[in-house]
Every structure is written in structure tokens, then in C-alpha cells.
Design a protein around this ligand. Sequence first.
Ligand SMILES: [Zn+2]
Length: 134
Amino acid sequence: MNFSKEILFSELMELKNNAYVPYSNFRVASIVYLKNGEKVVGVNVENAAYNPTICAERCVLPQVYAQGYDANDVELMTLYTDSDNVGTPCGTCRQTMTELLQPEQIVMIFNKKGYCKSVTVSELLPDSFTEKDL
Ligand SMILES: [Zn+2]
């Protein structure tokens, strides 16, 4: 599949409006594009009790599996954060991404200005804990 950065960014900019962020007002959005042309979306969803807050990455990836897909079905994962920097996933999300995506999976991360960098899951969490360590 051929993805235009401008289109990917505009889809994330639209999706970020669905983030539920009454406390931080820090919006994060993620879209997983599947090889079959479908896409699955996620946003961060905050909670007054803080601990139940979920990041966009951990909102979207379980939905991929709930819909019957797995890591082999994923073509591309994109991520947007309301940052001047390119905000990378938190540690918990990196572990979840390691579990639910291929190590070589490309993740394109956009900041609020549309700047984008691409990283792989294994670059985000080298020497990760996996099933091989159990
Ligand atoms: Zn996270």
C-alpha cells in the first residue's frame, strides 16, 4: 500500500478530536491500517481516577485483535501526539506494541506540526520482555 504522509496526518488530525481528555487536554490518536484496506482507530481516554486512563496505542491494538486480526494483518500503525516534539509511546504502550505487533512493524509518529518520524517496534523497545523470557 502507498500511504501519503499528508493524508495520514489529516486522518489523525480529524481523529484526535475524539480523544477524551478533560484533564490534560493532551490529545493522542492512533490508526492501524490493515493489509485488507480496513483501518482501526484509537484515542486516549482519561479518567478522573487517573489509573483507568488509557493511551491511544492501548485503545487501538486490542480492538485489532477483537475484530479477529493479528500482527500479520497490520500494514502500518500511525500515531499523533499534541506535542511540539515527536511524542513517542510510553513504556506500557511499548510493551503492549511488542506483544501485539511484529518487531519490524513500522510506526509513523506525527507531532502537531505534521512532522513525522518512522520507527520500528523493536527500536521503540529493544531487549524487550517476550514469551521467550517466560
Ligand atoms: Zn502509553
